[in-house]
Design a protein around this ligand. Structure first.
Ligand code: FAD
Length: 439
């Protein structure tokens, strides 16, 4: 018997486990993969440390994961801030700081910034179901200023169409930017550093982390979770509390659907159907950098796939992730809902992705300077992950307190505001608060 079992050692599961271990609970974390970090892990490929996603840390050192790390007394992870953004705008690569100039567009941007920075949480919440496009069009006439905001909302949400973005969610993200003064950053050693730091602390506080150990079943009795069955030998362990950090619909693989109320199952299945987006991952090892700024490149409409592209060189921030003298280019494209994506189509788009990068940077000598491009037929790299659309509208996501007694959820598919890894970490805090309030 342990106090708390955590299913999954991604950024959410590890945050929840570390916070509870610090509060004196005996925690056991089970992770099916040999790696920690889930979708925010870092893998060694050709001696380069490569993030599984196109990872950029929202709010840099002010991000929620850094705050959790500090709060639980874990080893600090240095996060190097972005200095600018390079935006592919009107067929030219421009620095964000130069996009708007000083005239009417700048005035319009400043006016909206000042409105955003004084809004309360409740005021932003009231805009959750309004599209960002409508919100901007109601208050901005200047076309350049509008474009500025739409480019930024895409950067924050990875959704290229402001008609698909929730104004409330985008505004809260702008507020994080404005209030912290930090757009984003990149951690020393890659994203895995966050998970390693949290895991070390969990173990130092007496918690256990079982790697390569899949949970197969959660046993429920009278609508209350009791124990788990795990590992190849189907071992079992009881627990007072279980926190699942799986994408919420994956819980139905461990607990039969009919244990949950019908409304809950419907809601979760709806999210699953509506939310998956496939991302094409792109990774290249370079001998010469493509650019030198501590910045990432955003392209709103790419020449071939006609989608968005985020491309950047994490090695401009820290050399800890590349072999001496080398550079790393990485990026991702959001293509279309995961469910309609076939492997054949994925291969086709992935090849296009590479061609469009070559097209966007015709002056770079790819033949001479590019050591290798990620093999686009490697499925793990191809389906570089998923972007979950409901994070745009956090209220659409299920609560962290599940309908079953003593079962809690955390992760980016349950409640937790913010974008990127802020959302799963905030959900972990909500779950931990709910547990502490009850105990
Ligand atoms: C391509 C891509 C790019 C992204 N880019 C960014 C970015 O630039 N910036 C940013 O902040 N965020 C980004 N994100 C989002 C971020 O990676 C995720 O929001 C975050 O990692 C989700 O964390 P999580 O803990 O909720 O879930 P996960 O990381 O999915 O964690 C769940 C864990 O549970 C484990 N698991 C599953 N089943 C079992 C089982 N039966 N037993 C035990 N363990 C199990 C999994 O292996 C996994 O480790 C990106 C995501 C993707 C996919």
């Amino acid at each position: 018997m342990v106090d708390v079992i955590v299913i999954g050692a991604g950024i959410a599961g590890l945050s929840a486990a570390a916070l509870l271990a610090k509060a004196g609970f005996e925690v056991a974390v089970f992770e099916k993969s040999q790696f920690l970090g889930g979708r925010a892990t870092t893998l060694n490929m050709n001696d380069y440390l490569i993030d599984f996603g196109s990872h950029i840390c929202p709010s840099g050192q002010e991000s929620d994961v850094c705050k959790v790390i500090q709060f639980v007394g874990a080893r600090e992870v240095k996060v190097y801030p972005f200095e600018d953004m390079l935006i592919y705008f009107k067929e030219k690569l421009k620095k964000e700081s130069q996009m708007i100039g000083s005239g009417a567009p700048k005035k319009a941007v400043d006016r909206v910034y000042s409105e955003i920075s004084t809004m309360t949480f409740e005021q932003t919440e009231a805009l959750d179901n309004v599209t960002f496009k409508n919100w901007i069009e109601e208050r901005v006439d200047n076309e350049e200023a509008k474009e500025f905001f739409f480019i930024h909302s895409y950067i924050m949400t990875s959704l290229g169409d402001p008609n698909e973005q929730s104004a409330g969610c985008v505004i809260r993200r702008f507020q994080d930017w404005i209030r912290s003064g930090i757009r984003a950053g990149y951690p020393e050693g890659g994203f895995i550093s966050f998970s390693n730091s949290l895991a070390e602390r969990i173990e130092a506080l007496g918690g256990k982390i079982y790697r390569s150990t899949s949970i197969k079943k959660v046993i429920v009795e009278n609508k209350e979770v009791k124990k788990i069955i795990y590992g190849k030998e189907n071992k079992e362990v009881s627990s007072k509390i279980i926190i699942s950090s799986l994408p919420v619909w994956e819980n139905f693989k461990l607990i039969p659907e009919d244990e949950f109320p019908v409304w809950f199952v419907k809601r979760v299945r709806y999210l699953e159907d509506e939310s998956y987006f496939a991302g094409i991952g792109l990774v290249a090892g370079l001998n010469e950098p493509l650019y030198t700024e501590k910045a990432y490149i955003s392209v709103l409409d790419t020449p071939i796939n006609h989608t968005t592209l985020q491309l950047w060189q994490p090695s401009n921030f820290t050399r800890s992730i590349v072999p001496p003298g080398k550079h790393l280019l990485t990026g991702g494209q959001i293509v279309e809902p995961y469910h309609s994506m076939t492997r054949k189509k994925m291969n086709f788009l992935a090849k296009n992705s590479i061609n469009e990068i070559l097209e966007l940077f015709p002056d770079y000598d790819w033949e001479k300077n590019c050591d290798w491009f990620q093999n686009p037929v490697l499925p793990k790299r191809l389906i570089d992950g998923v972007h979950r659309r409901p994070y745009q509208v956090w209220k659409a996501k299920p609560d962290v307190v599940s309908p079953l007694k003593n079962l809690y959820f955390c992760g980016d598919t349950v409640k937790g505001t913010g974008c990127g890894i802020d959302a799963p970490v905030r959900s972990a805090k909500l779950a931990v608060n709910a547990i502490l309030r009850k105990s």
